[in-house]
Write a protein that binds this ligand. Structure first.
Ligand code: AGP
Length: 608
């Protein structure tokens, strides 16, 4: 999604802005630009393309300025081109705006302003904000901003400069993330922490419907009515490396390699005296005992984690669970009752479809528990209870360690709920806690065997189409394996329930078709092996991922076997997914793709 940075201080603003935008590249973008206050007016330099193009444009200028806004655009309204890039200026050149989000009533506002004689340059919704601000501006930017925001419908993270204000700028947010960075004699705004981490670790997380007025000496928060808002300062304890590659070739392989640490961070703090406690104190024992149904709401990888969570919660806690794609849940008039629990899963905590799914579930009476990685994100703040996954920053667009930690959170939740509903004994809980604590070490062992997976990738990186088949929780796992491959290798792939093959899809299997098959559930071993035989009989090449205890039986059938350490079968996906992530990674690298920034994709999809 779009990236925003704003700066006021004593450094060269253009330099600070461009450096910050580089740190936000992971969000995905197609154009970039900055606006600085220079010699009494607002200078805008912007271009379609990557940041190096913007830097070329800037090298021809001598912008002496200590105040500015920067933006990387992921196109939503209007194709990627120079004119549609941000920042956008009002017609009179007095107001400059950068924006992340979508203004849903921009057409009506544009028509109104055109009737007033305003001439628009671009096709964007963002320019409407700049023009409307200028229309309302009568010398007081704060007042004009409050009036303007009151007329906008939709999502926005905004940076605003005014040519009459040489020593201050403004920002506002609703449904799109925005943070304030507090320095010494300098202050910042940014879409995400990495953009300003080299300058300050003290940040304020803006809430929805807030405005901030920023000068070199202070950042004052207000609500939309102009009332002062007090907010605590959050100290970022990540080291700079955490947001950098740390010596790995790509963020993705770094983040896969971090999985043992990330899963440990997600599990260990939640196990005390042998008991799993996911910190659901916000949900009383009585309320938990009476939960009627759980709705899991998420997108993409988070949704696939939710599919695994469905199996785990139903198996352990015996509560009915329905897992929905957030974009479907929102519009299907879901049957949600008071007493239901909505489990909303999101790495970024900003995915708009998921946030709107959360609001839909709340509107229909559910209590909200979110499983989120980004502290203080919109989804976290709108929840009754939050299980943070503490995976650390996940920069690669392709979600990996976030999935593993989401599973860790879901397994913990399944046992916590099951124990509080009296579905398992103290001994059962202790045994599960012990197994959970052992998972990071088992993932470590999988990572030690990455060369085997790399070799297998070298044999198949030119595959035309790849099938992932599995049964039960392995089908949920297959869905995630297939998405990993699709999104970074651009190879078509499909996940299929093994028992469904004979109902149509097996017609697609021919000589040389690659089939990847997680086989981690003892009770489904024979059924799944018969599916492997079915596809092999039609010429498929099969790679299985299976625990050591099943490797003998599986090796008799599959062409290649990746063995993973034994653990409780319910926890197997958290280990078995790592070979699937590595396979996708190596195939993408061998195909020469931009692994961390795959085409057409963004790290956080904050638009519909
Ligand atoms: C997964 O690799 C993708 N990046 C994408 O499917 C992602 O999982 C999805 O957009 C949900 O993002 P979230 O977890 O931040 O809500």
């Amino acid at each position: 999604m779009c990236g925003i940075i704003g700066y006021i201080g004593n450094r060269n603003a253009a330099e600070v802005l461009v450096r910050g935008l580089h740190k936000l590249e992971y969000r995905g973008y197609d154009s970039a630009g900055i606006c600085v206050f220079s010699k009494g007016h607002l200078d805008v330099i912007k271009t379609k393309g990557r940041l190096d193009k913007l830097e070329q444009r800037l090298s021809g200028t001598s912008l002496e300025s200590t105040l500015g806004l920067g933006h990387t655009r992921w196109a939503t309204h209007g194709e990627p081109n120079d004119i549609n890039s941000h920042p956008h200026l009002s017609q009179n050149g007095k107001i400059a705006v950068v924006h992340n989000g979508i203004i849903e009533n921009y057409r009506q506002i544009k028509e109104f302003l055109c009737d007033k004689g305003v001439e628009f340059q671009s096709e964007t919704d963002t320019e409407v904000i700049a023009q409307l601000l200028a229309y309302h501006y009568k010398g007081d930017v704060m007042r004009a901003l409050m009036t303007t925001l009151g007329e906008l419908e939709g999502a926005y993270a905004l940076g605003v400069m005014c040519a009459d204000y040489p020593d201050e700028f403004f920002a506002a947010r609703k449904d799109s993330p925005l943070i304030i960075g507090l320095g010494k004699g300098e202050n910042f705004i940014a879409s995400d922490i990495p953009a300003i981490l080299e300058y300050t670790r003290d940040i304020i997380i803006m809430e929805d419907r807030e405005i901030v007025h920023i000068t070199r000496g202070q950042a004052k928060l207000y609500d939309l009515l102009g009332k002062t808002v007090k907010r605590g300062v959050f100290h970022v304890d990540w080291d700079a490396e955490a947001a950098e590659k740390g010596g790995y070739e790509h963020f993705m392989i770094k983040e896969i390699s971090e999985e043992p640490r990330a899963v440990r961070a997600a599990i260990s703090p939640r196990i005390r005296d042998g008991l799993i406690d996911t910190g659901l104190s916000a949900l009383s024992d009585n309320w938990v005992r009476n939960i009627k149904k759980i709705h899991i709401i998420a997108c993409g990888t988070a949704y696939h984690a939710g599919l695994v969570g469905k199996y785990a919660i139903e198996k352990v806690a015996r509560i009915p669970v329905e897992a929905d794609l957030a974009s479907e849940f929102r519009y299907r008039e879901p049957i949600v009752r008071k007493g239901d629990l909505a489990v909303v899963i999101s790495q970024s905590g900003e995915t708009l479809d998921t946030l709107m799914g959360l609001r839909e579930a709340r509107k229909r009476g559910a209590k909200i528990l979110s499983i989120v990685n980004v502290v203080g994100s919109s989804i976290a703040r709108e929840s009754d209870a939050v299980i943070y996954t503490w995976a650390g920053p996940e920069i690669s667009v392709c979600s990996t360690k976030a999935y593993n930690t989401q599973l860790a959170a879901l397994f913990s939740l399944a046992y916590d709920l099951g124990f509080r509903k009296g579905k398992l004994s103290f001994a059962g809980m202790m045994a599960a806690a012990k197994s959970l604590l052992g998972l990071p070490e088992l993932i470590e062992k999988v990572l030690l065997n990455r060369e085997i997976i790399q070799k297998f990738s070298a044999q198949h990186f030119n595959a035309q189409s790849v099938f992932y088949i599995g049964r039960g929780i392995d089908f949920a796992l297959s869905s995630e394996g297939s998405l990993k491959l699709k999104e970074i290798s651009y190879i078509h792939s499909e996940a299929y329930a093994g028992g469904e093959l004979k109902h149509g899809t097996i017609a697609l299997i021919e000589k040389g078709t690659l089939v990847i098959c997680p086989i981690t559930q003892d009770n489904l071993l024979e059924k799944t092996l018969s599916n492997v035989r079915e596809v092999k009989a039609r010429g498929a090449v099969v790679m299985a991922v299976t625990p050591e205890r099943l490797a003998g039986a599986v090796s008799d059938v599959a062409d290649a076997v990746i063995t993973i350490p034994d653990t409780d079968s319910i926890f197997a996906p958290i280990i078995a997914v790592t070979p699937l992530q590595l396979f996708a990674y190596y195939v993408s690298v061998m195909r020469g793709n931009d692994v961390d920034k795959p085409r057409n994709l963004a790290k956080s999809v904050t638009v519909e």
